[in-house]
Design a protein around this ligand. Structure first.
Ligand code: PRE
Length: 296
C-alpha cells in the first residue's frame, strides 16, 4: 500500500511521521446493499467501507481522498447500462482496476405482520425497480417510488416502523434490518446479475501485468463512412474480443458520440499492438482501465 508523509503539528513541535494509507472503499448505499456485498466479495469481509448515498458522492470521496477505492455498478443484465456512471469515470479521470459480476436476487420486504395486500408504496433504487417491473405489473394497488439505495429503504422501514411500506432489496438487507420477506426472486428474469467496476484515482491501477486480460477504452471516430467499423476491425485483427460497446453523446457537440468498449485478450502484447494502431486511427483514445476479466 502507498506510503504517505504526514505532518503533525503539536504546539511548537513539528514532527514528521510516516504512516500507511488505510484502504477505505466507497460504496453507493449502506450495509446490506448490493454494493456492500461486492465490497465484501472483492476486498474481503474485514474491508473498511465508506457509505455514500449517491454515485456522485462516491466519486467525490475518491477525489477528496476520503476513500482510496470505490465500487460502482455499471450495467445490469435486465435493466442495461447505468449511462451516467460512464460519464463519471471519464470526466473525473477514474481508473478501473477490476470488475465484479454479482448475481442479484431481489426480495420484497416489510415489517412483521404486513401482507402484500397491506403494502401501498414500495421504495427502492431505480435500477432495482426496473428489474422488477413485471412483478409489480400484477400489483396495480402499489405505488413505486425511486430511492437512493435498496438497503437504506429497509433500514428506514425498521427505524421508523413504517407500515404499508415495503422495500425491494437483497436478502442480506432483510436479515440486517429484521424485515419479513413477502416475496422472493421478484426480478423479471430469474438469472439476473449486475456488473460492478472497482475504481481508484491512481494512474497505475496496481494490477499485476500478468493478470491483465481485459481493458476498457474510450474513443471517438470521424463522421466518415466505415470509421467505427475500421476501429472494430483493428481490434479483431489484433485478436481482441469485444465484450461490450456503449455509445454516449458528446454533450458539447450535439449528435456526436463517443464509444466505450470493453475488450478481452489472451496476450497483453496483442492488446498493446491494437492500442498503438488505434492511437493513430481513432480520435481521443483513452484507456479507462486494464484489469483481470472476472469471467475468464
Ligand atoms: O441499491 C443497491 O443496493 C445497490 O447496490 C445499487 C444497485 C445499482 O446501482 O444497480 C446495485 C445492484 C442492483 O442492480 C440494484 C441496485
Amino acid at each position: 500500500m502507498k506510503k504517505i508523509d504526514q505532518q503533525i503539528t503539536s504546539g511548537k513541535e513539528n514532527t514528521s511521521v510516516h504512516d500507511f494509507e488505510v484502504q477505505k472503499v466507497a460504496i453507493q448505499g449502506v450495509k446490506g446493499s448490493y454494493h456492500h456485498g461486492v465490497a465484501h466479495a472483492y476486498f474481503g469481509s474485514d474491508v473498511n467501507v465508506l457509505e455514500c448515498m449517491s454515485f456522485q458522492d462516491v466519486v467525490n470521496s475518491l477525489e477528496n481522498g476520503t476513500s482510496t477505492d470505490a465500487v460502482m455498478a455499471i450495467e445490469n443484465s435486465i435493466a442495461g447500462s447505468i449511462i451516467p456512471n460512464y460519464a463519471y469515470i471519464d470526466e473525473h479521470q477514474l481508473t478501473i482496476s477490476g470488475e465484479y459480476f454479482l448475481p442479484i436476487h431481489h426480495c420484497l420486504m416489510a415489517l412483521e405482520n404486513q401482507e402484500i395486500s397491506d403494502i401501498k408504496e414500495v421504495y427502492s433504487h431505480p435500477m432495482a425497480l426496473l428489474q422488477c417491473k413485471e412483478f409489480f405489473r400484477g400489483l396495480p394497488h402499489i405505488k413505486l417510488v425511486e430511492d437512493a439505495d435498496t438497503a437504506d429503504v429497509a433500514k428506514r422501514i425498521r427505524e421508523q416502523g413504517l407500515k404499508g411500506v415495503a422495500a425491494v432489496a437483497g436478502e442480506t438487507a432483510a436479515n440486517i434490518y429484521q424485515l419479513n420477506i413477502l416475496a422472493r426472486e421478484i426480478q423479471t428474469i430469474k438469472s439476473n446479475s449486475t456488473r460492478f467496476f472497482i475504481l481508484n484515482t491512481r494512474e497505475d491501477s496496481g494490477v499485476d501485468k500478468k493478470d491483465i486480460n481485459k481493458a476498457s477504452l474510450k474513443f471517438l471516430t470521424d463522421h466518415k463512412r466505415g470509421s467505427l467499423a475500421t476501429v472494430l476491425n483493428v481490434m479483431s485483427d489484433c485478436r481482441l474480443n469485444l465484450t461490450k460497446i456503449q455509445s454516449l453523446p458528446v454533450i458539447e457537440k450535439p449528435w456526436v458520440y463517443s464509444f466505450f468498449v470493453d475488450v478481452t485478450f489472451n496476450q497483453y502484447e496483442d492488446y498493446k499492438k491494437a492500442l498503438s494502431i488505434l492511437k493513430i486511427i481513432a480520435l481521443e483514445l483513452k484507456v479507462l482501465g486494464e484489469y483481470k476479466n472476472q469471467k475468464g
